[in-house]
Design a protein around this ligand. Structure first.
Ligand SMILES: [Ca+2]
Ligand SMILES: [Ca+2]
Length: 176
């Protein structure tokens, strides 16, 4: 093996090591005219909700199988093929078992894990995605837990993969 191929071998080893990192990284994408970004910073549910609102978005609302598939792929992309815990915008804080999407959309589609919602210790009122049999399914969890989260926007992300909020868009339009 010459020097160059040894170097290539080392580089491949380093890249393979990185590929096994299971911590999520930032990713963004568009689906059905909406933008989505996965924020990897472990964050309690209420703070994640607030951060999404500050960016003129909301914690992701999943209302169809197709949207669920898109979200699953987004999470895989963020973690090099793995699946991880991620907050979504569903809660039953006001009334136990009365699940509500935070953007007011009707709760009809669901993707609960078979042993959830469990409301364990009477204190699980926010919903996270969890890995079950290579799938992502829903689990109610204490909102104090720190998880990555997905922000959804009612418009697509810009070509740089950044959040292009309504505000930013109109700013761009007014820029000559
Ligand atoms: Ca509950
Ligand atoms: Ca639970």
């Amino acid at each position: 093996m010459n020097k160059k191929s040894r170097l290539v071998g080392v580089l491949i080893g380093v890249l393979a090591g990185l590929a096994h990192a299971d911590k999520p990284v930032y990713v963004a994408g568009n689906f059905n005219g909406h933008g989505y970004e996965l924020i990897p910073t472990p964050t309690p549910w209420h703070l994640a909700k607030k951060k999404a609102e500050e960016k003129d978005g909301y914690l992701v609302v999943i209302t169809s199988e197709k949207e669920n598939e898109f979200i699953t792929e987004l999470v895989r992309k963020s973690t090099n093929g793995e699946l991880c815990e991620v907050w979504i915008g569903l809660e039953d804080e006001k009334s136990e078992g009365d699940w509500r999407w935070i953007n007011g959309e009707k709760y009809t589609y669901n993707n609960w894990d078979k042993s959830n919602p469990s409301n364990s210790d009477g204190a699980e009122n926010a919903v996270q995605l969890i890995k079950t049999d290579e799938k992502l399914q829903w689990n109610d969890r204490s909102s104090d837990r720190r998880c990555a989260y997905i922000i959804e926007y009612d418009h697509e992300m810009d070509s740089n993969g950044r959040a292009s909020s309504g505000k930013t868009k109109s700013n761009l339009r007014s820029t000559r």
